[in-house]
Design a protein around this ligand. Sequence first.
Ligand code: GDP
Ligand code: IMO
Ligand code: MG
Length: 425
Amino acid sequence: MNTVLVGAQWGDEGKGKVIDFLTEEADVVVRFQGGSNAGHTVVVGDKKYVLHLVPSGILHNGKHCVIGNGVVMDPFDLMKELEQVESWGFELKGRFHISERAQMVMQWHRAIDKAEEAARPDGEKIGTTGRGIGPAYAAKVGRYGMRVGDILRPNFLDLVRKQVAEANRKLKSLGAHELDADEMVRLYTPMVPALMPYVTDTIQFLHENLEEKRSVLFEGAQATMLDIDFGTYPFVTSSNPTAGGACTGSGVSPRSIDRVIGVLKLYTTRVGEGPFPTELLDADGETLRARGGEFGATTGRPRRCGWFDAVVGRYAQRVNGVDYWAMTKLDVLDTFPVVKICTGYRREDGFVYTTFPADLEVLQHCEPVYEELPGWQCETSHVTDYAELPENAKRYVNRILDLIGGKLGVLSVGPARETTLRIGI
Ligand code: GDP
Ligand code: IMO
Ligand code: MG
């Protein structure tokens, strides 16, 4: 059984937690896009682990973890994280692999990311994580990127010098500090032996595993509405976090994918700039942020919070072909007397959009249309069986399923491993 798992909203749906849960029955976990802009949290007992680049499957000794060709990997972030993973007591030897074809995020990509963001006027800022993601993908598509396999070349450090010279022209034009090529060479020299043991032909590795009928789990980072093609462009990330990205970012054919699981938070959050039709700037928004602990796992920024948006949910179901939903954070809604679901966006002249518009200006002239349902006003985090949930909570979940399509597979009622109800999968 090969499963693709994707985020359905604007990220931070609880993908890390669900991946950790599904890793029990997988043999290999693969990241296929994004980089250290991701922050995936897994809570085990009283320990909280946050992973940025390393697949969340790493917390299960014995399972293989792969960084696929579609990822942009910062060697410094990776080394820091690998040290952390080892300090937590997990083995890496022989089970962590990086694609030779993955692109590297270099120091100058980070510098350019920050300089470009600073140069954008208010209203045009993206609110990036500052991890160099956009410039690294721009280099990839512009065909001047640096791939992991390049560290194996004898002229790797010459490539570093060449790229620093080019990046400095860009940094200068942005009015930012230029980088020192000697300093960069000094920094990257120890990266060569450090990365070498993990560099693998991951395409070959994945296909051997598939031929042996081992289960592969594809771990999406970011989410559908942050997708470079399907998201709220230009307020997006620079990769394809949607289901199709699992194939292009790993070298596995769509024919090998058996199911798609979408992770859906039962309300909405967004971190960074860009449109968010159901955003709440009132006390209800504060309640969601406080109860949901909605602060970025990567940057610590407070997340914007709002009601569940079924237009987004339906769009994500279609774009990804979601078979099953992993719905998360039901418990965060426990105290609300009324819960709301957005079913469309009403334009000033009364027209209601029930699909997500490509033109973001449209949203500036729209108000969300809400359906109100009674809340359940009791604690759900101790519930271990779907049948035991309060009727109003089931009604809320079922109404969402009616509106967006797909089946319920997993329901999460708390951050910890045990607070995960397996339903239809
Ligand atoms: P990811 O980026 O999709 O992996 O999500 P993050 O880890 O950035 O954010 C999700 C946050 O919600 C983390 O702090 C999780 O520990 C937490 N979380 C996940 N599922 C639940 C849940 O069902 N209830 C509550 N209260 N917290 C959850
Ligand atoms: P996970 O995997 C939430 C957002 C940033 C910014 C935009 C572009 O934890 O769900 P980037 O640094 O990628 O160029 O920033 O995308 N963003 C995320 N928001 N969760 C994430 O990852 C995100 N990764 C990027 O806040 O708005
Ligand atoms: Mg996150």
